[in-house]
Design a protein around this ligand. Sequence first.
Ligand code: ADP
Length: 501
Amino acid sequence: MGKYIMSLDAGTTSNRCILFDKKGNICSIAAKEFNQIFPKPGWVEHDATEIWSTQLGVVIEAMAKVNATSADIEAIGITNQRETTVIWDKKTGQPVYNAIVWQCRRTSDMTEKLVEEGHSKLINDSTGLVVDPYFSATKIRWILDHIENGQKRAENGELLFGTIDTWLIWNLTGGKVHVTDYSNASRTMIYNIHKLEWDEDILNLLNIPKSILPEVKPSSYIYGYTDTRYLDEPIPISGVAGDQQAALFGQTCFEKGDAKNTYGTGAFLLMNTGDTPVKSKNGLVTTIAWGLKENEVVYALEGSIFVAGSSVQWLRDSLRIVDTAKDTEYMATQVEDTDGVYVVPAFTGLGAPYWDPFARGIIVGITRGTSKYHIIRATLESQAYLSNDVLQSMVNDSKTSLKSLKVDGGASANNFLMQFQADMCQQEVHRPKVLETTALGAAYLAGLATGFWKNLDEIKENWSVDRTFSPEISKEERDKKDRNWQRAVERSFGWAKHIEI
Ligand code: ADP
């Protein structure tokens, strides 16, 4: 048995490689950023070849740091920026176009047309997703339409499609294996998450030939082995999950009702809903969390908040009332409460459960006595209120009570924020020691497939808490705050619709 599980964390701005030991400790880490390409406003691309080469580079770097040989690596797990779309030539292995990134809005017209033509229900029922340029489907169509003879080459079986996991596995195996896992497939908007197969109706609607699609396998499965041109001994590649799902797994949210929140630039909440795909009435997305065995998957509800940690950057870089993000914790506790001040950081509109693209940020309740401390405190609290709104929608949609909330991401370091989160969701909030939960999730999936870890119980033993925050305010107090918050949020609605600038 090898000493380490290698996790490839192929993110949106950088690729990282982390070596974990059996206890889930980080033994080595290497990271490299790659170029962000913005050909037009709203368009975002990556050079898929650069993604591959930087990923391979950090593999070697992470190994070199601890003098590891390929024999020391038990298995490789991959977690990736989701939805980002690559199409390449099967023979040459060269991408036919830059990767179109999940953030890219170039196919807005296409998705608008799908909605206007009344295809939302078909797509939502089958894939669990809302029709949006965010997902891979229309990005595939766009590439086939914009390269020479794209459709014909695809139909002739000359081209292959993949999300970043698929692209990396194809390259690592020297072009032998073309696969993805359930979690990544569920983000393409062409995969039926109930039948667990590519959806023929949606493929026909978009005229996407099935021959370009990868095989869909469990998230913990030996997909293939690394080609010896890169590493001298073949290493099994045996775990794959999209980044948010991998974090849910890395946080060991294995039970129905377990949820995690990642507080980064935005916040990403996922709740395990067990073997039932829950349809949301509040604009949450239904997704496959993972599948450990063939035809056996766990589902999740997912909600994202556009502005979370970036509101702290706004305090620091635009208002300049704090020097560092970390200082907000100390400054928020300089006052006992926000004294009736609420900040709604709807800088780019509001997502779930409000879905108002015209909402804009507001500060309400200001009096002559309002200080910067109140505003800083209210800004931090807004991250917890917004997260709580999504959590409550998840509870209502799934009719499952929240069992626990596990947290990670940069802003989870803020003790004031975590305490307020516990107060508002009236549940314990657990912050783990290892915050690299995304990479860890992929490592766990890989190690489970090769027997490095025996079962989920053994993995659970690895999860250790750095700090638990328990609710400290009464239900009445919490409800009062929540009612005030709801009134504040309402006041942000629709602002940009009628504003004259
Ligand atoms: P991402 O992966 O989205 O780049 P990170 O997980 O690295 O984000 O978290 C960075 C974000 O967290 C930044 O927006 C920053 O303002 C915020 N942040 C970092 N540390 C703290 C802190 N101690 N308190 C509040 N916010 C913080």
